[in-house]
Design a protein around this ligand. Sequence first.
Ligand code: PMP
Length: 424
Amino acid sequence: LATDEMLPTSSGEIPQEMYGFSALPEYRQVRQISEQLGDLGLPNPYFQVLDSATSATAIVDGKEVINFAGYNYLGLADHAEVKKAAIQAIETLGVSTSGSRLISGERALHRDLESELAKFIGVQSSMLMSGGHAANETTIGHLLRTGDLIVHDSMAHSSIITGANLSGARRRPYPHNDWRELDEILHDIRKDYRRVLIVAEGIYGMEGDVCPLPQLVEIRNRHKTWLMVNEAHSLGTLGKTGRGVCEHFGIDPNQIDIWIGTLSKAFGSSGGYVAGSHELVDYLKHTASGFVYSAGLSPPATAAALAGLRQLEQNPGWVTKLQQNADLVRELAKKAGLNIGGSDKSPIVPIIVGDSMMTMILAQKLLADGVNARPLTYPAVEESAARLRLFVNAHHTKDQIRQTINKLAALWSKLQRENHASAG
Ligand code: PMP
């Protein structure tokens, strides 16, 4: 909302903040942060350029480093078969679909991927979207409206909140993974709304923990709501064969009304999907704006995801290796006295620092020492929760993991000592 002093003046003059981006208060705040970083001699931690795929290693500034940034969990983004499939698709179908699926953008590859993906997840049907962000935003924004209620985990991804705000429904967060509180909210207000959607995530991207799915399903059944689960980080990483959070808990995936996910993480491509019943997918395919009025997923992205999915089905051992690697990271980090927050059973391990500046300094020193891990700072997380986030890869070696935790622990205790000395 405009503040009083920003309203047009009585002379009718329109202040610059209302039409010039350089005077936009929100933009000036962004500038201020990067100026502060510059004053402290710190490089901007965002928009780092990498000159390779991000896997167990990556090339940064011409130098190979151990890599814990990027969610190419299974190494499929630069797998030979996946690249070959993308190149073949470009050669036969070109680079773009050049149209909405409904008009001229439909290719057999889309249908193959949609049916194989649905079968892999264990539901009737699926549809591809241009990204996981678009899938969340479009689906929530389309299915709910004024008079409805969306109750979501407080750590839900930004696209879920954007979709909820877009819908016009009432949005109510519940404390992270607190299913008892969710149950209480629904007990109190379910009856005041028509359609109610509960939104949770298979694995939470900031914290690296898993949702309490059995309880959520029970709550969904009892309160007669829809349950949507965003599997951006959990499909391909959780469960014995990578079939995600349902396989992890041994739950029938058809008890979840709406599955959402991305092709840009474990599948090594880009794009997103919605999966569930025939009716849900049929309805969204004919009416949801983000699908109907958006070009079909590109041939190389579709072919790469299909090849990635097939590779994953043939190599369940990668999922086991990823889980073992993540457990090793957690075990060594804990032994070294690092705070890994709530991370459990997932390939995401945060290292909580609790101060944005210290987190950025730690990331910078770690990179200089040959390990790439990116900082997550305020306002992405609370200042006291500022952290480095490690994305574990199935192809990390034990030695790479040991080296990383040793370096991290040494740098962290040195930084703390320096900090105490300067404070004292
Ligand atoms: N959900 C979660 C939890 C994510 O982490 C992301 C990507 N960072 C998305 C959705 C969006 O996926 P995409 O990159 O395919 O748009």
